[in-house]
Structures are given as structure tokens and as C-alpha cells.
Design a protein around this ligand. Structure first.
Ligand code: C2E
Ligand code: CA
Ligand code: CA
Length: 742
């Protein structure tokens, strides 16, 4: 059945209604015009013309609408549906042919609708139609578009539908919702990550987020209403706050790192941005502070900084930090005309602790020692470990610096002399202290340290374990020493040395059995120099290896021309032991000179053997295997340990000159010699007494059963060509052993 538009309306009304279709968003103001009816019989031509015209106009109006429009009659049959409607739902013309019942049309449309409730929507809509109620819904279509449907019932029956493509609107809404959600999430994340506080211009807290409560340890109630000063740490100077307030008062944004104090008293660091909230007059009315917790970073920075400035073992300042602090202190004390004292400490005997008890024990001693330094030195002083067993103390003098240096030095000497207990063992070290004073001795850190070092050197050269304040004359000595080092280097290169030999005789027969090689330096201007003047310097400057090599070679080649039963005794130095080439060197020299190994005796001191004991023992055995013999020199002085006498297969012990010289009058020396003899017999080792100068000494030593004697009484060291190895003059001039027998 076809629907027809009513024909009762007069043209102006129709025009008005058509105009209204667009004016009212596509809906006719009244629906009377759309009432369908059957054509009445006896219609006039004019009436028909009007109707055709009317239909045409309405049709054109509906088709030209921007939206989809459908008009249904009072039987809910489609009167007209426009092209937009068809294309919105992709409907075929047959699905929306006039006269179709609304259910058909809806079925066609709903076939394109997505969503589980499409059917529910359908029944809702049909019941709204039945009840003549307005209805609105939005369909999501399978092609991804959204169509909004508005249904308006008409007063005389029937209804009009408007279908509007709201895809863009919907997508914009979706995007807006997504953005809103993202913002909420971001805000949440910010709230979780940063500390937010709002204060009024007086600093009274008006808002605190959860993070602020967490980090400060205060509840929100405790924070809000309280002044932000509550969190003041006392770490910053007033300057930083003054600068902050000035910036904020100008309406600027302030940023900086601040330390705050939590309720527990713990400090925490925050990177802070404070923004003023400006009022209508452009003046701040509140401040918003956003803070990020940087405590962990600050801790890491502090640790790094601490590690860069402190010695890892003792926790004291290191050399770089001392130099820096000393320079700062110097400029401060200069301005205030104060006196500053630098103490340089060097332990005596520390190497021995390391060598005998091991490095772990050495470390433990250094730790204990730094604790002792802290307890003795005034709290205001700087204490640093400069490396190894070297320490420094810097103190600002409060009164008479000479008295103070004396008092502190004595304290240090006494405190450090107390034995250290290290894992059930005891270790003892001494200390040498060199002192310089500012401004008297200098105004810069390097100069003061250099002068304290010169004073320290003096203490060392005077036998250690003492203290000295720098004196100008030390500098000239140091210069002399420098000159000596340069000359020694040149002389080693040019071979300006000589060997003198001193005989070592059998104690009973006084027959020479060997001769000890003693090195002399033929100095171009100072004449003949003795080893005490240059051996130490050669050791310290690395020249000893070359000098030692020369000595060994010369001694062996000299000895080749001596009577076959006479040995040559050569002193070895610690530097030669450390080099690791000693075995090769000795073999090389013996081969080169042709001296049989059993004619070479090496003299070593106990301290040389303690380092790398196992390696040295191996070297010992290798050399002994080829026939070289060993004497333990200077026995009885320096080290209390008898370990090496037992551990190393020595052939001889040499009783130190200091004991011989006190014989026979001094009971202690007599006792030492007697006990050395007992030990030597027990170990089956022979004994040489050095420094025999008098007949009484010789007599005592013979009585004790000493095997060999050496000393001025029997012959001074002389050049090889002046050496008499027959022993004839000796035996003729000196009484033989039988005279001393009791
Ligand atoms: P030393 O090995 O104990 O040598 C003995 C020192 O005592 C020698 O001094 C010798 O001249 C001295 N002397 C010998 N008899 C007497 C005496 O009756 N009375 C006194 N008062 N002194 C006596 P020198 O030659 O000055 O050597 C000193 C030290 O220098 C030596 O002590 C030794 O440790 C070292 N030395 C000497 N030559 C060499 C060498 O070629 N290489 C190494 N590494 N050290 C050497
Ligand atoms: Ca010697
Ligand atoms: Ca000696």
C-alpha cells in the first residue's frame, strides 16, 4: 500500500512547514502535514497540482537535509526515507521503499548494528513507538561509524526519525576520555613520585600529598596548618633561603636542592621547584612546591666524595684531601695571623711487621694506629694517611707552637710505642716525626710538607724514633744529598770504586781463611769514601744493583789469584736479593772469573731474608748445592727473631762488632757471645767474631770457642795487592792460641 501526503493544507502553510523542517534541525514543527491518507475522490485539478507540488517540495526538502530523515505514518509505515538515511545504514532502496512497516525497516537497519544489546534496543524502540514516546539512541555500525537516532512522535499519529552521523563526535569523545584517563593516571603517577606541598605566603602548609606525609613522617593533620619551617634541617645557610624568598617575591620560579628533617630526625634531600601562585594584582598569594626525593643520589654522591678524599683502610684523609685542606687552612690562618703546624710521621719497623706477620697484620696495625692517632691528636686537627706507613697531622696552634709541638710529639711517640695486639701476637713499631711551621717555614702546602719531610729525614738519619722541627741547615743537607746521588750515579757508570779486603783468620792458629771484600768510593774531590757514606743512598736510589754486580765480579776475579784455600767473602745488599736475578748473576760471575764456587762466601743480614722467605730459601739451597757458602752478618742486632738462623742453612754466624767491642768487660755482651756459641753448636754452625781490636777480646773469644776472628788486631781492610794471606806477620807478632788457654 502506498502512502500519500495529505492534501488539505494550503500552500503557505506547506511552505512554512517545509521551511521549518530545516529550521528545527530537520524536524517539522508540526506533523499534521505528514498525515497520510487515501486520495479522496472528486479532487480538483488544482488540488492535485497543489498536492504534486507539495509532495515535490517536501521530497526535495527531505532529500536535501544534511541528516537521514524518515517519516512514518500513523500505521508506522514508512512514508518517506531520504538518501542520507539509506547511505548511513548502507540500505538498499527496496529495504526502505515507502509503505514498509517500521519493523521491516528496523530489521534492515539493525542488521548493520554492532553490539550485544542491538535486540534490546530494537524492542525498546518499538515499545516507544507504540507508546508514542520520544526515543533517542546511538548505534554503532559494523563499518565503524556511529549514528545517533532521534525519534519524535507527531501529534496526529506517525513519527519522524532523524539519523545523524556522530562518528566524528564519538571519536572525539573517545579521544577526550582517553586523554582524561591518561591525565588522571599521570597525575596519580606524579602524586606517587613527587612530594607536593602548597603553602600560603607566610609558609603555612595548606596542602600536603601522601608522598609528603610519607617522607616527612608527619600526618597530614600535623603538616597542614603548620609552618614549613617544621622541616628545617639546619644544613643550609640563611643565604640560600634569602635568595629563594627574593626570587619568589619577584614572582619567579625557584629551583634548588634542599635538605629537610623528617619527624624522626632523619635528614632527607629533595630537588625542589617552588612556583608562586599569583593573585589578581600579580603578587604571590600561595606557593606550590614540587619536590623529588634525591636522598639516595645524595648518599651515593657523598660516598663517592668520601672515597675520593679518604684512605680506604683507615678512613683518615688521603694525600689529595690533605693537600687541599691544608691549602684552605693556610689561607684562613694567614688572614687571621695564626700559626699552623704540620707533622709528618713515618713508622719505624713497620716493614718488619709486614714481612714477619704478613700484610693482613700490617693492615690491622695501621688501623689500630689510626685509632690511636685520633685519640691523641686534638679534635680540631686534620689527620691523613699519605700512603704506606706515612701519616700527617695538621694543627692550628692555640698558643706557643714550640711547646705544643713538643707535647704532641712526645704523646705520639709514647702512644705509638705501646705494643699492638694483633691476633694473639704482639707487634711493636716506632715513629719518626718531622715538623714544619707556617708561616715561619713556608706558606704553601707543598713547601711545608717538603720541609717536614727534611726534618723527618734528619730523625731517620739520627737513628729514628724521635722528632725534629725543620731547620734551614737541613735544606742544605738535602741539597748535599742530592749532589751525592748525582755523583754516585755518575761514578757507578764510570766504575770509580775500589775493593779493600780484610782477612778473617782461624781463631786458634790465626791463619787467614778468607778475606772480606769491602767497597770504597774513590771520589774525585773528597778522596776515599767508606760504605756508610754511600751504601744507604745507593740502596734508596736503585744504584745498589749495579754497584753490587761490580763488587761481586771484582771480588771473584781478585780472589782467583789468591792461594787456593782462601775464600772471598762478599756482602750482599737487600736490593740484590729483591732483583730476582741473583742466582744467574752469581753463576755468570763464577763462570766468567773462573773462581770455584766453594771459594765464595756470601754475607747476608737477617732482614734481607724475611721478605719472600720461600723464594730466598730456594735461592739459598740452589747456591749451596753448587758449593757457595753463607754467613749471617751482624748477628745479634736488630731483630729478635731467630727464625732465619734455624730456617736457613747458614755456614757461619758473624757476631756483631758492637758485642765484641764491649768484651770482655761488659757482662751483657759476654752473655750474648756465650749464648750465640751455644746456639751455633746446637745448629752445627761456625762462628766469626767481627771487630776484634784487642788481645783481651781475642783471648775471651778463643776461650768461648769462636771459630774465626776478624778485626783491626788482625789486619785492617787493604787493597788486594797489599793483602797478606800467608798470615806470617800475624803469627809472628801475635801470641797463638796456646797462650790464652787457661
Ligand atoms: P760489615 O759487613 O759489618 O763490615 C765490617 C765493617 O767493620 C767494615 O766497615 C770494616 O772496615 C769494619 N771493621 C773491621 N774490623 C774492625 C775493627 O776492628 N774495628 C772497627 N771499629 N771496625 C772494623 P766498612 O768497610 O766501613 O763497611 C761498613 C759496612 O758497609 C759493612 O759492614 C757492610 O755492611 C757494608 N759494606 C761494605 N762493603 C760492601 C759491599 O761491597 N756491598 C754491600 N752490600 N755492603 C758493603
Ligand atoms: Ca760483612
Ligand atoms: Ca758485620
Amino acid at each position: 500500500m502506498s502512502s500519500r501526503l495529505g492534501d488539505t493544507m494550503i500552500e503557505p502553510t506547506i511552505e512554512f512547514e517545509i521551511a521549518n523542517v530545516d529550521m528545527n534541525n530537520g524536524f517539522p514543527a508540526s506533523c499534521d502535514t505528514c498525515r497520510s491518507r487515501q486520495p479522496a475522490s472528486g479532487e480538483t485539478d488544482r488540488q492535485r497540482r497543489v498536492e504534486v507540488n507539495w509532495k515535490h517540495l517536501l521530497h526535495t526538502a527531505i532529500e536535501s537535509s544534511a541528516h537521514g530523515l524518515c517519516v512514518f505514518d500513523d500505521q508506522s509505515r514508512l512514508v518517506i526515507g531520504n538518501e542520507q538515511h539509506r547511505s548511513l545504514y548502507s540500505l538498499a532502496s527496496s529495504e526502505v521503499s515507502p509503505g514498509r512497516p517500521v519493523e521491516d525497516v528496523l530489521k534492515g537497519r539493525h542488521a548493520r548494528v554492532v553490539g550485544a544489546n542491538a535486540n534490546g534496543q530494537l524492542s525498546h524502540y518499538l515499545s516507544a513507538i507504540r507508546r508514542g514516546e520520544e526515543f533517542q539512541t546511538t548505534y554503532e555500525l559494523q563499518d565503524g561509524s556511529f549514528v545517533e537516532l532521534d525519534m519524535h512522535p507527531m501529534s496526529g499519529g506517525g513519527f519522524v526519525e532523524r539519523h545523524r552521523d556522530v562518528t566524528e563526535l564519538r571519536l572525539a569523545e573517545v579521544r577526550a576520555e582517553e586523554a582524561r584517563q591518561e591525565l588522571i593516571e599521570k597525575q596519580y603517577a606524579i602524586d606517587q613520585a613527587v612530594i607536593v606541598a602548597i603553602t600560603d605566603i607566610r609558609g603555612t602548609i595548606t596542602y600536603a600529598n601522601d608522598r609528603f606525609c610519607d617522607i616527612s613522617g608527619y600526618t597530614r593533620e600535623e603538616l597542614v596548618g603548620n609552618n614549613h619551617r617544621l622541616l628545617k634541617s639546619g644544613v643550609h645557610s640563611q643565604d640560600i633561603f634569602r635568595q629563594m624568598y627574593r626570587c619568589l617575591a619577584r614572582g619567579g620560579v625557584w629551583r634548588g636542592e634542599l635538605c629537610n628533617r623528617a619527624k624522626s630526625g632523619q635528614l632527607y634531600w629533595v630537588d625542589t621547584v617552588i612556583t608562586p601562585q599569583l593573585g589578581p594584582e600579580g603578587k604571590p598569594v600561595a606557593y606550590m612546591a614540587i619536590r623529588v626525593d634525591i636522598t639516595a643520589r645524595k648518599k651515593a654522591e657523598a660516598q663517592l666524595c668520601h672515597a675520593a678524599r679518604h684512605d680506604a683502610l683507615t678512613g683518615l684523609l688521603n694525600r689529595a684531601a690533605l693537600l687541599e685542606s691544608l691549602s684552605e687552612w693556610l689561607s684562613q690562618t694567614q688572614a687571621k695571623q695564626q700559626t699552623l703546624v704540620v707533622y709528618l710521621l713515618d713508622l719505624d719497623g713497620f716493614k718488619h711487621v709486614n714481612d714477619t706477620l704478613g700484610h693482613a697484620a700490617g693492615d690491622a696495625l695501621l688501623k689500630q694506629l689510626s685509632g690511636r692517632l685520633i685519640s691523641v691528636v686534638p679534635e680540631t686537627a686534620l689527620i691523613a694517611r699519605l700512603g704506606g706507613d706515612e701519616f700527617a697531622i695538621v694543627q692550628i696552634s692555640a698558643g706557643d707552637e714550640r711547646e705544643e709541638t713538643q707535647a704532641l710529639s712526645v704523646d705520639l711517640l709514647q702512644t705509638i710505642a705501646i705494643p699492638f695486639a694483633i691476633e694473639s701476637q704482639q707487634a711493636t713499631v716506632g715513629v719518626s716525626i718531622g715538623i714544619s711551621i707556617a708561616p715561619l717555614h713556608g706558606l704553601t702546602a707543598p713547601e711545608l710538607l717538603y720541609k717536614a719531610d727534611l726534618a723527618l729525614y734528619r730523625v731517620k738519619s739520627e737513628g729514628r724514633s724521635g722528632y725534629h722541627v725543620f731547620e734551614d741547615e737541613m735544606r742544605s743537607r738535602a741539597q748535599d744529598r742530592n749532589q751525592l746521588v748525582n755523583e754516585l750515579r755518575a761514578s757507578v757508570a764510570r766504575g770509580e770504586f775500589e775493593l779493600h779486603y780484610q782477612t778473617i783468620c782461624e781463631a786458634g792458629s790465626l791463619r787467614p781463611r778468607s778475606a772480606e771484600a769491602l767497597v770504597r768510593w774513590r771520589h774525585s774531590s773528597r778522596g776515599l769514601l767508606y760504605p756508610d757514606e754511600f751504601i744507604g743512598v745507593a740502596e734508596e736510589t736503585g744504584l745498589m744493583e749495579a754497584l753490587g754486580r761490580w763488587t761481586l765480579e771484582r771480588a771473584c776475579s781478585d780472589a782467583v789469584s789468591w792461594p787456593g784455600e782462601i775464600k772471598v767473602a762478599v756482602n750482599l745488599s737487600p736490593a740484590q736479593f729483591r732483583g730476582g736475578f741473583l742466582f744467574d748473576l752469581i753463576i755468570g760471575v763464577l763462570m766468567k772469573t773462573g773462581l770455584p764456587p766453594h771459594r765464595l762466601e756470601l754475607e747476608v743480614t737477617e732482614s734481607m731474608l724475611l721478605q719472600d722467605e720461600e723464594e730466598n730459601l730456594l735461592l739459598f739451597r740452589q747456591l749451596k748445592n753448587i758449593g757457595v757458602s753463607f754467613a749471617l752478618d751482624d748477628f745479634g742486632v736488630g731483630y729478635a727473631s731467630l727464625g732465619s738462623v734455624v730456617a736457613f742453612p747458614f755456614d757461619k754466624l758473624k757476631v756483631d762488632r758492637s758485642f765484641t767491642s764491649e768484651l770482655p768487660s761488659k757482662p751483657a755482651s759476654r752473655a750474648v757471645v756465650a749464648s750465640i756459641m751455644t746456639l751455633a753448636r746446637g745448629l752445627n754452625v761456625q762462628v766469626t767474631a767481627e771487630g776484634v781490636e784487642t788481645m783481651e777480646q781475642l783471648q775471651f773469644l778463643r776461650n768461648q770457642g769462636v771459630d774465626f776472628v776478624q778485626g783491626y788486631l788482625l789486619g785492617r781492610p787493604v787493597p788486594s795487592d797489599a793483602l797478606d794471606l800467608t798470615g806470617a806477620p800475624l803469627r809472628s807478632g801475635l801470641p797463638d792460641a796456646s797462650c790464652f788457654k787457661k
